[in-house]
Design a protein around this ligand. Structure first.
Ligand code: C2E
Ligand code: CA
Ligand code: CA
Ligand code: CA
Length: 279
């Protein structure tokens, strides 16, 4: 019973670490940001390796903090997850990404796919499929052009529940991508357990000495395996021309990375997509 009071008191104890103070301040301003105009969605283009054209983009959240400047997602997403703020934030990103992409497709007169990151917490929320459907209805965004990215650790956390929710999401007509593939140790069995559409090979996986023959064979084997499972493959974190050329020599379907384009605000993306030569 004394616990709560003591915790409040503890806020003011001098030994409270700077890190804890910062987290407290961040949590308060994160709640404020949700109600205001501080969040912004950036977009990173995704290129089809056969045609070398942009076929879509990944939505990446940015927080423009009035005093701290732009706070990187790695600094506030884990906190948002911990403090139960990730579902409303994720919902905001999804809605904004669908709105922006509808607008973009209208301006450019061609279809574009958009992928949105979901955290493990959001996957635990049984209302997620209904929320996604509501956003599709509200924005008029075509379900088959929406891709939801989940890490393998989020998927395997509770396999039964994940499989159930993924089926419901797939019933809406949206696509499911495994993010950061190659960074976990979950084995490959889960790839068959879920109805997935896309594997996103993590940067660390793609980057390794791309000239090395065994690495080439390794990546090539993964791409072939994914294709055998009817999954398409996106290479993330492509930073050099060499890596891009290497990927083109495999059957990898798409690529994304700084060498192609950095994540950018919507206005810059419109300019980028309108410029005739991209690569
Ligand atoms: P992620 O989903 O793996 O996103 C890719 C990250 O790699 C992005 O970092 C992107 O800017 C960065 N990146 C892209 N190309 C390159 C490259 O060539 N080299 C390098 N070094 N990095 C590259 P960002 O935007 O800082 O996001 C970091 C992570 O934060 C994301 O990793 C994702 O896990 C999380 N995140 C971002 N937005 C959201 C969101 O709306 N919801 C959730 N739940 N998580 C998000
Ligand atoms: Ca992602
Ligand atoms: Ca990733
Ligand atoms: Ca990542």
């Amino acid at each position: 019973a004394k616990g709560a009071g003591r915790n409040i008191y503890r806020f003011f104890e001098p030994e409270m670490g700077v890190a804890a103070r910062t987290r407290m301040t961040l949590e308060l301003s994160l709640r404020r940001a949700l109600g205001g105009e501080e969040f912004e969605v950036y977009y990173q283009p995704r290129v089809d390796l056969k045609t070398m054209t942009v076929i879509g983009m990944e939505a990446l959240l940015r927080w423009n903090h009035p005093e701290l400047g732009q706070v990187p997602p790695m600094q506030f997403i884990p906190l948002a997850e911990e403090r139960n703020l990730i579902s409303p934030i994720g919902h905001w990103v999804l809605r904004q990404a669908c709105r922006d992409t509808v607008d973009l497709m209208r301006k450019l007169g061609r279809p574009l796919r958009v992928s949105v990151n979901l955290s493990a917490r959001q996957l635990r929320n049984s209302a997620l499929p209904a929320e996604v459907q509501a956003v599709l209805d509200e924005t008029g965004f075509p379900a088959p052009l929406l891709e939801l990215e989940l890490t393998e650790s989020a998927l395997v956390e509770d396999i039964e529940h994940s499989a159930h929710l993924l089926r419901q999401l797939k019933d809406l007509g949206v696509k499911i991508a495994v993010d950061d593939f190659g960074t976990g140790y979950s084995g490959l069995a889960y790839l068959r357990r879920f109805s997935l559409d896309v594997l996103k090979l993590d940067r660390s996986f793609v980057m390794q000495k791309e000239s090395h023959t065994s690495h080439f064979d390794f990546i090539k084997a993964f791409v072939d395996l994914a294709h055998a499972l009817k999954l398409s493959v996106v290479a993330e974190g492509v930073e050099t021309d060499d890596t891009l050329q290497f990927l083109c020599s495999t059957a990898c379907d798409e690529a994304q990375g700084y060498f192609i384009a950095r994540p950018m605000p919507l206005a810059a993306l419109i300019q980028y997509l309108r410029s005739p030569s991209l690569l």
